[in-house]
Design a protein around this ligand. Sequence first.
Ligand SMILES: [Zn+2]
Length: 171
Amino acid sequence: MIRYVLAFVVSLSAIFGSYPRAKAAESAFKVAGLPMACTDFRGRSVVSLQVSQLGDVGRAWVVNTVPYILLDPELMRPLPKTLQVFFYLHECAHHVLGHWYNPTGSSENDADCWAIKQGRERAILRRQDVVNFEPWLAKSGGSAFGHLPGPLRLKQMLACFDGAVETAQQH
Ligand SMILES: [Zn+2]
């Protein structure tokens, strides 16, 4: 009888066991091995996905009011772990600061600043980690969508780390 009940329990968990596991895997999105979560300015959970051939390391996106962070796994992989986390936080910042609905001329700088401060507050980023971004950011020459050229961008990020620059909104 005990054997029979056990077999029944085992088959039940075989049927239903996969669902909670899939759910748990979904909620624990990881960047460079660290669990990451993001909530937008409306208090909605941001869905994070890995998308190949994205055309950029990361993007903040909204589809039918659902906020997304898209990250290109191939472009992320060669980067230092701290820079991978920074890029995730940068995309999260666009959602936290509501840039999808209300973009400003300083959206990119504000997202950088928010990401740096978050990284510092969560003890993920040390000042030296940000300094070490230099060769990676130097490769980027600024862009039409508002990123400063690498050296200037790094200077501004360090100023944010040091608390000298206030972001447009504090959350
Ligand atoms: Zn951005």
